[in-house]
Design a protein around this ligand. Sequence first.
Ligand SMILES: Cc1cc2nc3c(=O)[nH]c(=O)nc-3n(C[C@H](O)[C@H](O)[C@H](O)COP(=O)(O)OP(=O)(O)OC[C@H]3O[C@@H](n4cnc5c(N)ncnc54)[C@H](O)[C@@H]3O)c2cc1C
Length: 416
Amino acid sequence: MSPPASAAGRAPGLSRAQRGNVLISGAGPAGLTLAYWLSRHGFCPTVVERAPAPRDGGQAVDIRGAAIGVASRAGILGALRQARTRTRGMTYVTATGKHLASMNAAFGVVDPADVEIVRGDLVDILHVAARSGAEYIFGDSVTGVAEVPGAVEVTFERAAPRTFDLVIGADGLHSKVRAVAFGPESQFARYLGMYLSVFTVPNDLGLDYWQLIHVAPGKSVTVTSARGNTEARAIFFFASPPLEYDHRDTGQQQELLETAFAGQGWQIPRLLAAMRDAPGFYFDSVSQVRMDNWSAGRVTLVGDAGYCPSPLSGQGTSLALVGAYVLAAELQNADGDHGAAFAGYQRRMRDFVARNQQIAIGNAKRFIPQTRRQIWLQNQTLKTLPYLPGKKLVLDLATKGVREAANAIALEQSPG
Ligand SMILES: Cc1cc2nc3c(=O)[nH]c(=O)nc-3n(C[C@H](O)[C@H](O)[C@H](O)COP(=O)(O)OP(=O)(O)OC[C@H]3O[C@@H](n4cnc5c(N)ncnc54)[C@H](O)[C@@H]3O)c2cc1C
């Protein structure tokens, strides 16, 4: 792993503090990538994260297209490849566990260069790379930002108020920075009609780099082996009208999941029984964030906070990595003119974001079949597709949109 803060990355004659003190809210993929690149460009980043440590949890996420270039330039691509899930394939099962159809993972691969990695492993690798180049405050959150001439005054839940040159919200779909600097979430979040929950369970189904998937009308549950088969992840999706709940109340979210899956077959009762003690519980709506402007004065947003494409796009992590890289590069090139940097960042990213968000809109329509007939049709397709002549062409066409969207931005070589 390359060292984060290299003297070579700094503008000649400028110290780190002169380049600017930047507060980053959120130590997820976006915030950590940004901390890494800002540090390399000679800025002085401080990362505040609400959780007591970088958050584990979540299912596998994909890094593809331009994001592979970002990881490669940060010197972490080898570590990411080493930690990739290596999932070999998947089997669809009925409510009684009968196997319906199996598919090999190579089937439907968008690009063999992609890296599929458990989100927590990605966060660990990014944190190691970005650790020494930034100050970290865990277990705290921004509560307010106020722009004053030449700076931003920031208040925290716990820490004393501080002043920064710039503030960047990398704090995800329910961004606090967005709420205090731009307005309530309801103005920007677009619900796509379903919820997602993920938690870690023992791999007691004996899955060997494999996934089992059960689909019922309006619902799906996947169990996938993770971390070299030492554990598994249970992944629940369910269609629903918007639900009222507290984003930070895990008990309430677990009750919602129990209600949504009450009376379902297969391994579902057993998985739900294990949920209460399961590590890394994650629950969220499947939503996008759509904003006309990601910046206001000295504050801007990166990753899900500004342009969450939703898990249905499979591109949230790649957008976060690329967005952080582009933002850091624009700040470096703008020589202290943050307005020009933020404008350049949005100009370069806007079309890339729009194309990747569009993937999810198409997927939302067919992601969870709503009726038994739709499920039956899907199963017939899954059973016959591997034997169809021309299946490669069908799959190439099916993945073409993602492949093109993932590469729809050019990254200039970072001078840092
Ligand atoms: C625990 C977890 C599990 C996830 N699991 C999945 C998954 O299974 N599938 C999927 O498609 N996507 C998942 N996501 C979302 C996915 O990681 C993102 O879409 C994508 O990687 C973009 O990353 P991001 O850094 O912009 O946002 P995120 O990954 O959401 O990271 C945001 C970070 O900000 C922190 N944060 C939030 N509020 C505050 C605050 N007020 N102050 C300080 N810090 C704050 C969060 O704790 C988190 O560390 C998950 C996110 C989290 C946090």
